[in-house]
Design a binder for this molecule. Structure first.
Ligand SMILES: CC(=O)N[C@H]1[C@@H](OP(=O)(O)OP(=O)(O)OC[C@H]2O[C@@H](n3ccc(=O)[nH]c3=O)[C@H](O)[C@@H]2O)O[C@H](CO)[C@@H](O)[C@@H]1O[C@H](C)C(=O)N[C@@H](C)C(=O)N[C@@H](CCC(=O)O)C(=O)O
Ligand SMILES: Nc1ncnc2c1ncn2[C@@H]1O[C@H](COP(=O)(O)OP(=O)(O)OP(=O)(O)O)[C@@H](O)[C@H]1O
Length: 453
């Protein structure tokens, strides 16, 4: 990639300060470039006033700083300055290591698209005097804040926890009406957390500052950790599947993972840090880590409760700009992938009813599906399953009378499948549960039985 130039230049990125008003639940995360104006991001946690004292107050302060440090990635990326400075507190070596991991990998797609190499270039200042203090248990109440994103994944987790009788509050960040409607549809307690980016960021973007993808899931995770401590509950649950740990293989570059912060490396590093440095009894985990995308799709197909509410199409979730006319734009990689992943597990009329059309019988979508299959292209920079999952789903459809004559399924059987030679195209091996996860052990035992049923 040819390096792009940012119209906006700075030598230093500063973490100026962060503060939480326990009386209102409003947190301010303040940043600046050089000696420029303050950029203030605001997070609002409903349920105030919060009574904070002793070890709980300490844990909240640590969670707030962690959020400040992680959420800074949205602003840092606008200029990628040489130097990072933290003005109002100090961090230890473990904290710096976590942040460097998140910034370098979470900005992997951003760096690739802008022709930048961030490896070894992002250094957080470590203060030897910063105490490496172990977090203590806070006596948090057994209750899960479950992140909901409006798509199929979180709904699978919510239904699994409901079946297992785990107390939960369905929680989302931002003002999406689509997510709000899904959350209402669960008939469970809900919590909507506010997040407003510093408005100057949009102006910097308009002026041609560096822009690109940021590790949004770990930012959302840090917001949820703060909310969990304010509400005194012991679990923050995400729904990131095993497939998210695998990126797109780019010729000449290697692996670039759009969804790095949904992957296992990020979950482990962030979850361990929270337990060691924030609150010993706060468990952060992804309930779907042992499952592939196809296994999640199979679980989702078991109920039609959300068919007229959910959407995985990211075009619904822009902060600025237009939303698609319907919940599924039908032409983006997520629409393609979710259609393909659900098809082996749902009656065809139900699936076509959800999307309003049959995407696999539309020759105009050929390139999009080819990219999913990693045929003449790499996997798209989006939250889609592995190439082998798409190939296995397509191979299964090619055997089904109701699908095999559809344009893209027929083409797969004729043109692509013969080239896959010895590839294992069976779905079953991809449905096997993995052991790589950090769920509370007792919950994992019960979940394993639930998913196997
Ligand atoms: C909705 C979406 O996909 N947005 C991506 C898009 O952003 P765009 O410029 O088209 O519009 P906005 O979303 O309205 O954002 C405006 C600008 O704001 C900045 N920004 C936004 C959110 C944030 O947390 N930090 C920010 O700095 C940014 O400068 C925006 O331009 O393209 C961007 C790349 O240029 C993407 O970064 C936007 O993605 C959002 C951060 C987002 O929430 N995306 C999720 C739907 C998403 O991609 N989820 C992943 C999860 C993987 C992960 O954790 O990384 C997924 O589904 O795979
Ligand atoms: N606005 C949000 N607030 C809180 N959590 C979110 C938000 N958006 C996404 N998430 C969470 O981030 C994780 C990754 O999002 P992702 O979009 O993959 O999941 P999803 O919306 O549940 O399903 P799908 O993959 O079908 O879109 C999920 O745990 C999801 O709940």
């Amino acid at each position: 990639m040819i390096p792009t130039q940012s119209s906006f230049k700075a030598d230093v990125f500063r973490f100026v300060r962060c503060q939480l008003d326990a009386a209102t639940g409003v947190a301010e995360l303040v940043y600046a470039f050089d000696d420029g104006p303050e950029l203030i991001e605001t997070i609002t946690v409903p349920g105030a006033p919060f009574a904070l004292a002793g070890a709980r107050a300490t844990a909240v302060e640590r969670a707030l700083r962690l959020l400040h440090l992680i959420a800074g990635v949205s602003y840092y990326k606008a200029a990628v300055p040489e130097t990072i400075r933290i003005d109002s507190y100090a961090i230890d070596a473990d904290t710096a290591a976590l942040l460097e991991l998140i910034y370098v990998n979470g900005l992997g797609e951003f760096a690739y698209r802008n022709g930048l190499n961030l490896h070894g270039k992002i250094r957080f200042p470590v203060d030897a005097a910063a105490a490496d203090t172990k977090a203590s248990p806070l006596g948090l109440k057994p209750h899960a804040l479950v992140a909901i994103g409006g798509g199929k994944d979180s709904l699978v987790s919510i239904e699994a926890l409901r079946t297992l009788g785990v107390e939960q509050t369905v929680t989302w960040i931002g003002g999406s009406q689509l997510i709000a409607a899904c959350a209402q549809r669960t008939d469970l307690p809900t919590l909507n957390l506010g997040r407003a980016l510093a408005p100057q960021l949009f102006e910097l973007n308009r002026q041609g500052a560096y822009n690109g993808h940021i590790p949004v899931t770990v930012v959302n995770s840090a917001i949820m950790v703060l909310a969990a401590l304010l509400h005194g509950v012991d679990q923050v649950v995400f729904s990131n599947e095993r497939s998210a740990s695998y990126g797109s293989l780019i010729e000449g570059t290697g692996e670039v993972n759009h969804q790095w912060s949904k992957g296992w490396a990020c979950e482990q590093a962030f979850g361990d840090y929270v337990q060691h440095q924030v609150a010993a009894d706060l468990h952060y985990y992804s309930l779907l880590r042992p499952l592939s995308e196809l296994a999640v799709a199979r679980q989702f197909a078991r109920t039609d409760r959300y068919d007229t509410h959910f959407s995985s199409c990211n075009r619904n979730f822009h902060i600025l700009g237009e939303r698609p006319a319907s919940r599924w734009c039908g032409v983006c990689p997520k629409c393609h992938f979710v259609f393909l992943a659900l098809a082996p597990f749902m009656p065809k009329p139900r699936l076509v009813g959800i999307f309003g059309r049959n995407l696999l019988d539309d020759a105009a979508q050929t390139d999009g599906f080819d990219a999913l299959l990693e045929y003449r292209n790499h996997k798209p920079f989006e939250c889609v399953g592995e190439g082998r999952e798409s190939r296995a789903a397509m191979a299964a459809l090619a055997e089904r009378p109701e699908w095999r004559e559809d344009t893209l399924v027929e083409r797969f059987a004729r043109e692509i499948r013969p080239q896959l030679g010895g590839d294992d195209l069976r779905i079953e091996p991809l449905l096997v549960l993995d052991d790589e996860q950090r769920l509370p052990p007792a919950l994992w035992e019960r979940l394993r039985a639930h998913f196997a049923a």
